[in-house]
Design a protein around this ligand. Sequence first.
Ligand code: IVH
Length: 702
Amino acid sequence: MAVEALSEEQAQAELARLADILSRANTAYHAEDAPEISDADYDALKARNAAIEARFPALKRADSPSEQVGAAPAESFAKVAHAVRMLSLGNAFDDDDITEFDARVRKYLGLGAEAALAYTAEPKIDGLSLSLRYEDGKLIQAATRGDGSVGENVTANARTIDDIPEEITGAPKVLEVRGEVYMSHADFEALNSRQSETGGKTFANPRNAAAGSLRQLAASITRARPLRFFAYAWGALSEPLADTQKGAIDRLGALGFSTNRLTALCDGPDEMLAHYRKIEQQRATLGYDIDGVVYKVNDLGLQGRLGFRSTTPRWAIAHKFPAELAWTRLEAIDIQVGRTGALSPVARLTPVTVGGVVVSNATLHNEDYIRGLDSKGNTIREGKDIRVGDWVQVYRAGDVIPKVADVDLSKRPAGAEPFEFPARCPECDSEAIREEGDAVRRCTGGLICPAQAVEKLKHFVSRAAFDIEGLGAKQVEQFYRDEWIAEPADIFTLKDRFGSGMQQLKNREGWGEKSATNLFEAIDEKRRIAFGRLLFALGIRHVGEAASNMIARVYGEWEGFTAAMDAAADQVGPEWERLLSVDGVGEVMARSLVTAFAQDQERASIDRLTSHLDVQAAEQPDTEGSPVAGKTVVFTGTLEKMTRAEAKARAEALGAKVSGSVSARTDLLVAGPGAGSKAKKAAELGIETIDEDGWLALIGDA
Ligand code: IVH
């Protein structure tokens, strides 16, 4: 109906409808990277909205779409670089994992089994972590964890949370409090029923509700949703809070933060496990979700010595509660082909709710798993195989992909056949082979296999890799199908190949002038890319995000790294040794890396890609003033004041490279009592040699 013909009542209804459609379109476009309406339709709806508002100014809504001006409605938060990285925790699943954790900590610290070593034990809150920065007692910034290095600035929203004090007295000048934002069960239920009454979005669980509420652009919406906060850690500090973890938590409590009353001090694994059971018993009546218990070394001096692995502290671990289970029917087994060619069997299930989440797909791991065998050929599930039609048990824990855990033979339908795993790739019909010692059958099609190519591309544009706005999994699939891109390098020639590129894209469903321009801009932005991201994005088997970043830090520059991979191609010699000495790089990963760079096709594809890129050298660890930055150090003989692992980690944190053998490249040998051939070789080569005390004096720890 023409705007001029609308009655006031009709106009009001129409504005409500438009606000709804446009807000849905915005979310689909900006937050989900999956536009649902064309840009032209979007613009037309917006114009109609504006025309109605112009005729009936009094009817303009508080959430009017016209307030979200321009191409990109303010759909994102400002970024915040964390002064101290926000890490995650290693996981433990049973009692043995906890005794092993204690043994690992003791070994690293060089403590005997008898030495006293206390830990705190506290609930692991199932929410989202938040960092609060106070300066001179005033809250100045709140940030989400993001990728650990850079989070989102949610200060205005955090200020609406009652548990978060605006001002505190008696705190260090700079105090970054960290903890978990969560929603209680009661508030979650109330929110969901309010949402369904008003036709709003309901949430699957309290954690999603908490995340969705905190990450709201309008602080007024966050305010209307009761969130809570527990403090359990800290980041930047101008002075220490206490000498112990427990002391620090008590101090945060005294400053006015909510801390968890179930935090206990334990003398060792027995007490930790006892406290775990106590928390587990109370779990159902706490009124909020927890998914395990976190143990932390109590002495902060020892925490400092233990330090961090790439993404997790050595001094803490999360002991997860057992996963949740449900039984349902296995309707089909599909085979998916991954980016490394792995054929993965996926269970299609009659949908079932497991721990509050509806599950309709689950992993079946590999062909042996279906047959009732583990990776070593031992029987699992008492040797029961899994067949289509079976009644199966589904298991899911936290964010883990659900898996089929068990099968009920008493309910097996008559005539159910054993599953026959395909010997050819279902996508490209190449032979699928299983190499000796590999549990996985792989497609041999390489780049000719469309599934591998698409999965590689999807991985390439994923969040921890190139993270190109507007180019998500869906778009990549579409572009691949249309033969616009076949490999990563093609993404960077898209615009040129299409002249302005607009014409082709604009004619596609879901694409308009605006989104095409945005896409090309987003691609251009990523021509400058960090070394670590680039390496991870290549999707080389076994080479994950943490290892990629570590390798980037060690090698610094991309060119030097590729040259080093060439030099290490034969898997012998100093460059091969150097690769193996990188923290977190084992033989399997090293082999996979050098093979990828040595394979003509793959290498050519990598080189084509990098010709379009400006690869940024990795940031070196903050080693300003470090006397050993950039030096290659070798430890030999017995160390008395620290363990070898600790010495290595400390040296690396100071920017040194630690090597296992003495060569002409060695800058410094640290020799304890009993040093033998390495000390001799160092003397022959004229390499500076010092003892442990000399080392500690050098790095300022004596
Ligand atoms: S300590 C350096 N304590 O669990 C590690 N984390 O799975 C600092 N979490 O990212 C974290 N309850 O968001 C710690 N009592 C607790 C926790 C806790 C929940 C979350 C946190 C962390 C994640 C790791």
